[in-house]
Ligand binder design. Sequence first.
Ligand code: BDR
Ligand code: CA
Length: 323
Amino acid sequence: MDTHAPRRIILDTDPGIDDALAILLALASPELSLEAITVTGGNCSLAQGVDNALRVLALAHATHVPVLAGLETPLIRPPLTAPETHGDTGLGYARLEPSPQVAGSRHAVDLLIEQIMAAPGEMTLVAVAPLTNVALAIRREPRIVKAVREVIIMGGALLHQGNTTPVAEFNTYVDPHAAHIVYHSGMPITLAPLDVTYQCVLTQRDVSRLLALNSPIAQFIADATRFYMEFHDDYQGIQGCVINDPLALALTFAPELVTTRPLYVTVDLSSELGMGQTIGDFYNAWQHSPNLRVALQVRARAFIDLFVTRMEALIRSMNAAIS
Ligand code: BDR
Ligand code: CA
């Protein structure tokens, strides 16, 4: 493996406003090679999420990145979407042009397995959606557990309240059975839970910095996050919006943004009241070995500045290419 080559990543996602920002951050990061986007139902339906991914790639002139549809519904529970958080289309008030690119004809789970197994130790998986696709890939080809280089997951809430039930975070709540399979799979997982993502608030002032550059990408970010900010204000009293998924993506090349610790974490499947809660055994009461590295502290402003600076660079490079 060439240690200077960009790190190869696959993004498993349910786009989604912050998912769309994670796609843009991947494209704006020279340390990364975005090899594919795999989609699952979550924030919006599977078909809508695939279409959103295609449109965001087209916006960024990146239609070479394959987009593949995966599972529409969670393994066991009924689907749950989040139009109050992400809007009816999943992208807030943004209205993007249709893409000339079509989704790949293969199943996302097949692609995940094939790409990971084709280059053992090379592929990093960034999973920022309900873990349905990843769990099914593990069940279908258990050898991916050892073949994947690293898995970075946005999900869970350890010492933080939930954002979907009082105890459960959205991705974990939507498919808790999949999360349970993945967390206990033995994959080398770093978890970015709400404990860290809820410190990372993108503000109107940050968005204004981008709007000053006058570009379709800046306008997209402004239109999408305006809806997202209204949600955060109305439902959670937060001024600005929490950009969960881009933080997970950034940990592929800037792990120093967070402080992690090994921890035994499991997912509650036992009752409706606690469904999807991520329980961390901080005092080692159960005497299990840690199964995850969990991010519990974050240099939040450094991350937001990194995000905005990279969006500025992406916009400038695109403006330069078309002038
Ligand atoms: C997670 O759920 C979705 O709403 C976001 O896209 C993020 O992946 C946060 O709980
Ligand atoms: Ca997401």
